[in-house]
Design a protein around this ligand. Structure first.
Ligand code: AMP
Ligand code: MG
Length: 285
């Protein structure tokens, strides 16, 4: 067992997997489930595990280049300031960008509005060998859409089953889905929004509407609760990550990706040429 074996008392994939009885309203966003270390050891471990993640990702990419159709899809969902962008920068940033297919989903464009809500999702799915990263996702269509009544209840209530069927087909076709619900506390969100207002280099992240969304916190908690209750399936479970401590959420998502990639049991593609013969040819070339 590596160094990480000492710091994780329970493997991240086990400690963070959404339990059937999870209560979003009681969730402790400052906890570090499964992890025994502190910030310093967490950050040290992140470097080491980030290197391991990079190697696994390179194996996936190499496999894809050799015709392997399998892929991984990381779905990041969370309230503003939960740290979705930080995960992309610090966790995904540790791997080769050639193998990353990143998409962020905002308010649907005019074109997107003409189609079913899964249309833009299907268009953004990763090809074989790629890690797709969704910053927000089809879950917005049962989160913000539900909280703001953007479609009638009769429409959004059917989406949970539709999403389960969609994801189940995706898994069958060779995509491992890693769904991460990132939870920040209301207090920590206030501090992070205050920082955005204090720092000119963070104004670009600030959106006055985020303050209005804070008033709807209980509605969002209810909507997240429904998502976890209805869409955490055996083939595509949710992982629930406390995000008040950025070092922990970054380490946690790194471990979840490592777990997903290790389950693919990726080797290196064998040579499709005669290695010894090529060495001889090269020596003479
Ligand atoms: P940000 O991620 O901070 O750039 O914000 C993107 C915004 O787009 C958020 O306020 C989301 O709630 C919103 N958004 C994403 N998907 C949808 C959707 N399907 N319908 C309505 N709003 C959405
Ligand atoms: Mg925002």
């Amino acid at each position: 067992m590596g160094k990480h074996g000492k710091s994780w008392k329970v493997p991240a994939a086990e400690a963070l997997r959404a339990k059937p009885d999870i209560e979003v309203a009681d969730f402790d966003a400052s906890a570090t489930p499964g992890f025994a270390g502190d910030k310093k050891s967490g950050n040290e471990l992140l470097v080491e595990r980030g290197e391991h993640l990079a190697e696994l990702q390179e194996r996936l990419y190499a496999a894809g280049r050799s015709g392997d159709h399998r892929s991984v899809l990381l779905v990041l969902q969370g309230m503003d300031t939960a740290g979705k962008g930080g995960i992309v920068k610090h966790v995904i940033g540790a791997v080769d960008p050639q193998g990353i297919d990143h998409t962020s989903f905002g308010v649907p464009s005019e074109e997107e509005k003409k189609h079913n809500y899964l249309w833009r999702i299907r268009n953004a799915l990763p090809r074989g060998g790629q890690i797709g990263v969704f910053d927000r996702s089809h879950y917005e269509d049962v989160l913000v859409v539900r909280v703001h009544n953007l479609v009638p209840e009769s429409v959004w209530e059917k989406r949970y089953d539709e999403i389960n069927r969609f994801e189940s087909k995706l898994v069958e076709s060779g995509t491992t889905i890693v769904k991460v619900a990132m939870f920040v506390s209301l207090e920590e969100q206030k501090e992070r929004l205050a920082e955005r207002l204090d720092r000119p280099d963070k104004y670009w992240k600030y959106n006055p509407a985020d303050i209005d969304e804070r008033k709807r916190w209980p509605d969002y908690q209810e909507a997240y609760q429904a998502v976890l209750d209805k869409t955490s399936t055996d083939v595509a479970p949710w992982y629930v990550v406390p995000c008040d401590r950025k070092w922990f959420s970054r380490l946690a998502v790194t471990e979840l990706l490592i777990d997903a990639l290790e389950r693919l049991q990726l080797g290196w593609p064998p040579a499709d040429f005669d290695v010894e013969a090529e060495k001889k040819r090269l020596a003479k070339a």
